[in-house]
Design a protein around this ligand. Structure first.
Ligand SMILES: Cc1ncc(COP(=O)(O)O)c(C=O)c1O
Length: 453
């Protein structure tokens, strides 16, 4: 197929408003026109190949255009494309839940569909709030979140966000929240974070304990990205923190929401990131992104019989929430096949050895003075780019090094899309040791080129 490059760029420049993009930065730069994806690669209109090291905003799980998922969707296309999910059900939704029930602890009995990560979080927030209303407990109108949290861009999700760059502007529109010092900010280590599995520092939980104790009557829930905060800078914390959170939440009648939108389906080395904390279970958790391996928007908010039962009965207890594309059958078909593939391949456990290799390659980056901290969990890895780790100097804030690295990476057949000066890799399950070597070697070549300018 041929593409009219000039026409695409003209329409894009004149009429498209891209997400999370300061459009002015593209005044003199053309966006890359991606026309095809296969496996680990994206291809542009000129046939250039790029390693997709960020799994296309963390949705891609099995490589691009996985043949089995695309076949399942093609079959579904001629069967049922959509039906409203209020009053009707369909085997594609229930089939997906049957699959998920085999992967998720039994205590989670209720699954509420929506269509993206932000909506799954929005549902969780409203559910937690209304849980207390339905139980007749008044005044629980607030939420606690950790510094650097990111939960999506709708207003509820924004309210529980704590990355000032993304969230501060909208403050006047937000409901009340309590922002708590993140675990890694308490007694921060001089050493590298790596997988944050150094001995658990129980002092790291104290700010959270204090906030929960002081606000127990006004807080409906604590919301966390378990173990790994993504958009806030790929920050990693010890799983034991979640067990402390559970104990404290039970003492103070506060619910726990885990946002597994990014971390779900194996990316951190366990099927869900909260599973790194043995025995820990949230009250509600949100999943999306990788659930369809990147084929279709779909999300679920998963909860317990206890939460569900508080909504059961009186009309005023109803959960008045729904989206037009709730439980879209095409998305469900993609998700069912994705679950089959995860199970048949024993993902993510079958990839632990490859993950270890990834981690050891990341640890080697200590040799570079421009590498600040190094963090990893499963197939997610990140490094902070600094002027000098030895001299403890950050990069000049007037220079957008992250953006320069992004631009340079494209010239080297790689998509690196840094978060500020944090370079990260978010790899799909199909990645092998040799791919990791190429990706890390190329990445370092790109970074060295940029910082030596
Ligand atoms: C942890 C987390 N929650 C929620 C979201 C929002 O998901 P979506 O972009 O599908 O609305 C994201 C997106 O990156 C995320 O990382």
């Amino acid at each position: 197929m041929s593409y009219d490059r000039q026409k695409i760029l003209e329409t894009d420049r004149k009429h498209v408003w891209h997400p999370f993009t300061q459009q002015k930065m593209y005044e003199k730069i053309d966006p890359v026109i991606i026309v095809r994806g296969e496996g680990l690669f994206l291809y542009d209109d000129a046939g250039n190949q790029y390693y997709d090291t960020i799994s296309s905003w963390w949705v891609n799980l099995l490589g691009h255009t996985n043949k089995r998922v695309s076949a399942a969707m093609k079959k579904q296309l001629d069967t049922l494309e959509h039906v409203n999910f209020s009053g009707f059900t369909h085997p594609y939704a229930t089939g997906l839940i049957d699959e998920l029930r085999e992967m998720i602890p039994e205590v989670f009995t209720r699954y509420f569909f929506s269509d993206n990560g932000s909506t799954a979080v929005e549902v969780a927030i409203k559910m937690a709030f209304q849980y207390w209303v339905n139980k007749g407990i008044k005044g629980k109108n607030s939420f606690i979140m950790l510094n650097n949290s990111y939960h999506g861009d709708t207003l509820g999700a924004t309210s529980v966000g704590a990355v000032d760059l993304y969230h501060a502007t909208y403050k006047p529109l937000m409901f009340d929240t309590i922002r708590v010092t993140a675990p890694y900010e308490v007694n921060p280590t001089e050493d590298y974070t790596f997988d944050a599995m150094a001995e658990y520092d129980s002092a790291s939980f104290e700010p959270m304990r204090k906030a929960m104790e002081e606000n127990k009557n006004s807080v409906a829930a604590v919301i966390v990205e378990p173990i790994l905060q993504g958009a806030g800078g790929m920050k990693i914390y010890h799983p034991e923190y979640l067990n402390d959170l559970r104990k404290c939440a039970d003492e103070h009648n506060i619910l726990i929401i885990c946002d597994e939108v990014a971390t779900g389906f194996g990316r951190t080395g366990e099927l869900f990131a909260f599973m790194h904390a043995k025995g820990f279970k949230p009250d509600i958790f949100a999943i999306s992104k990788a659930i369809t391996a990147g084929f279709m928007p779909l999300a679920l908010t998963v909860t317990t019989e206890d939460v569900y039962n508080s909504f059961y009965g009186d009309i005023m207890k109803t959960f008045f929430h729904g989206h037009s594309y709730t439980a879209n059958p095409l998305a469900c078909a993609a998700a069912i096949e994705t679950m089959h593939i995860i199970k048949e391949n024993n993902y993510p456990h079958a990839k632990h050895e490859v993950m270890e290799h990834f981690h050891s390659r990341l640890r080697e980056l200590q040799q570079f003075d421009f590498v600040g901290d190094i963090r990893y969990k499963g197939f997610v890895g990140a490094i902070d780019i600094v002027k000098s780790r030895k001299d403890k100097t950050p990069f000049d804030s007037n220079r957008n090094v992250g953006f320069e690295i992004y631009q340079e990476s494209l010239k080297h057949g790689l998509v690196l899309r840094p978060l500020g000066n944090v370079i990260y890799w978010w790899l799909p399950m199909i990645v092998e040791r040799a791919d990791i070597d190429i990706i890390i070697n190329k990445s370092i070549e790109v970074i060295e080129r940029v910082i030596s300018r």
